[in-house]
Design a protein around this ligand. Structure first.
Ligand SMILES: Nc1ncnc2c1ncn2[C@@H]1O[C@H](COP(=O)(O)OP(=O)(O)OP(=O)(O)O)[C@@H](O)[C@H]1O
Length: 186
């Protein structure tokens, strides 16, 4: 059972993978990185005969299948909103800190609250549109206007908000703010 679970969310190309990768490099064997999208991508790779590692990494390949994966996973969530969270956590190694790098919906947060209650810390990563565009974001109908991208836009209960865009803090300051949230553990 983890002592703290960091739930990271943010819009496309806000820098979720970038920041959580850096955090992982600092915490090393004290942490386990969990991606809710992993069980989705594993299933999709198996059914379609695709390369799972390519699908999990940042790049064009992932973007090619994003819309299909969103639509399929939406149907699955409709039947059981916790199915992917549960599956991702079942396969996670027991470490003091869990880093969940791709929280996208209120029901994701709800599931973690129901199952791990007070060890959760909610972190929102923000970045302005220009910065996101410079990182490869392009508005796509069916991707950027649906729940997977917008559901947390009006959520307000964050333990920490990190500006990872223009005029944002330095990486050191960002990581230091996150470490403050888990200083009782590491
Ligand atoms: N603070 C930063 N400084 C420099 N480059 C950054 C920074 N944050 C993110 N990037 C770069 O921007 C790109 C997008 O970031 P990242 O993949 O972490 O976004 P994401 O929120 O995980 O996106 P997605 O939702 O599409 O998976 C990556 O190439 C990453 O290296």
């Amino acid at each position: 059972m983890p002592q703290v679970i960091l739930l990271f969310s943010g819009k496309r190309k806000s820098g979720k993978d970038f920041l959580t990768d850096h955090l992982q490099k600092m915490l090393l064997d004290k942490c386990e990185v969990i991606k809710i999208s992993k069980p989705i991508k594993s299933h999709w790779a198996k059914v379609k005969g695709l390369n799972l590692d390519e699908l999990l990494s940042d790049g064009k390949y992932k973007e090619q299948y994003r819309l299909d994966m969103i639509q399929w996973s939406e149907e699955m969530r409709f039947k059981d909103y916790g199915c992917f969270c549960r599956s991702a956590c079942q396969n996670a190694v027991d470490k003091p800190v869990w880093i969940v790098s791709d929280i996208r919906r209120k029901t994701d947060i709800q599931w973690f609250k129901e199952n791990y209650s007070d060890v959760i810390r909610n972190i929102r990563i923000t970045a302005d549109d220009d910065t996101r565009k410079a990182r490869g974001y392009n508005f796509q109908l069916g991707v950027d206007d649906v729940a997977s991208e917008c559901d947390l836009d009006d959520y307000n209960d964050w333990d920490l908000i990190i500006n990872n865009g223009k005029n944002g803090q330095s990486l050191e300051e960002q990581i230091s703010a996150i470490l403050t949230l888990i200083q009782h553990v590491v």
